[in-house]
Design a protein around this ligand. Structure first.
Ligand code: SAM
Length: 245
């Protein structure tokens, strides 16, 4: 269906996320959370104003109101959830980095956060995941996560920032040249591969989990370099389905 990345073997991403801390020199709290979550690395830079606008648009798109509950898989320090919390939503999340979960807890003391990979998820109106699926070890793992997300969502699911298998070669080319060629790149980024997804694959998984109105679209965060090679996927729980639960 799609070519899987190499994120499984010798995966060094957990070490990266375990080392992340809040850095007060990064500016506002939102800017600090974005930096702690890795959106401060050149390719990953996201400006606070773009982030806030992006989440405002998506809150509308996903029918998130101040009464909504929002759960995020791979919430990190909570850059995504913090904006929902500011709107009045109940927020909760899990992340495999205990260091980042500690920051989320300190930032949103009334939220519920768990340091874990793939436990049972609690129910929430909307279940999301921003820029997390690219770090998963395999498509089989990703599919298991999607199924759990859909099972727990009362109204909708949104998976953001999926590395696009159709643009994999371009994404790699942009990084290989500045790294000094393929050998240097391979040495520097060993164990730091991304997992790529085809739109058809994720749409099919979301539909087979019984979501309706399933769609994918290009990432739409201005000036976010990684975003050129990423897309978002989302869908809604059928009303009859949600009522039965
Ligand atoms: C780029 S950060 C994004 C954090 C947050 N979603 C945000 O938008 O600010 C990626 C996060 O995914 C988490 N992660 C990666 N693989 C995971 C897994 N299998 N289970 C839980 N969390 C995972 C990392 O620990 C890290 O916090």
């Amino acid at each position: 269906v799609t070519r899987s990345g190499d994120a499984g073997a010798g995966n060094r991403w957990p070490e990266v996320w375990a080392r992340r801390r809040l850095d007060s020199s990064k500016g506002s709290l939102v800017a600090q959370l974005l930096a702690a979550d890795g959106f401060d690395t050149g390719y990953g830079d996201i400006a606070e104003s773009h982030w806030v606008d992006f989440l405002s648009d998506w809150a509308t798109q996903l029918n998130i109101t101040p009464d909504s509950s929002v759960f995020e898989v791979g919430c990190g320090s909570g850059a995504f959830l913090y904006e929902m919390h500011r709107r009045g939503c109940d927020v909760a999340g899990l992340d495999q980095s205990a260091a980042l979960v500690d920051i989320a807890r300190a930032t949103m003391p009334d939220g519920h956060f768990e340091a874990a990979d793939l436990p049972e998820l609690p129910r929430a109106d909307v279940v999301t995941s921003f820029s997390v699926f690219g770090y998963f070890p395999s498509l089989a793992y990703a599919e298991a996560v999607v199924r759990r997300m859909v099972a727990k969502a009362k109204t909708g699911v949104a998976i953001f920032d999926l590395p696009d298998s159709a643009r994999r070669d371009d994404a790699l080319a942009e990084r290989i040249a500045p790294a000094g060629g393929p050998d240097n790149y391979a040495a520097r980024y060993e164990g730091l591969a991304h997992l790529y997804y085809s739109r058809e694959w994720i749409e099919q998984v979301l539909r087979s989990a019984r979501l309706e109105g399933v769609r994918t679209a290009d990432q739409d965060l201005p000036a976010y370099r990684n975003g050129q090679y990423r897309f978002n996927a989302w869908g809604f729980r059928a009303v009859a389905d949600a009522d039965r639960r």
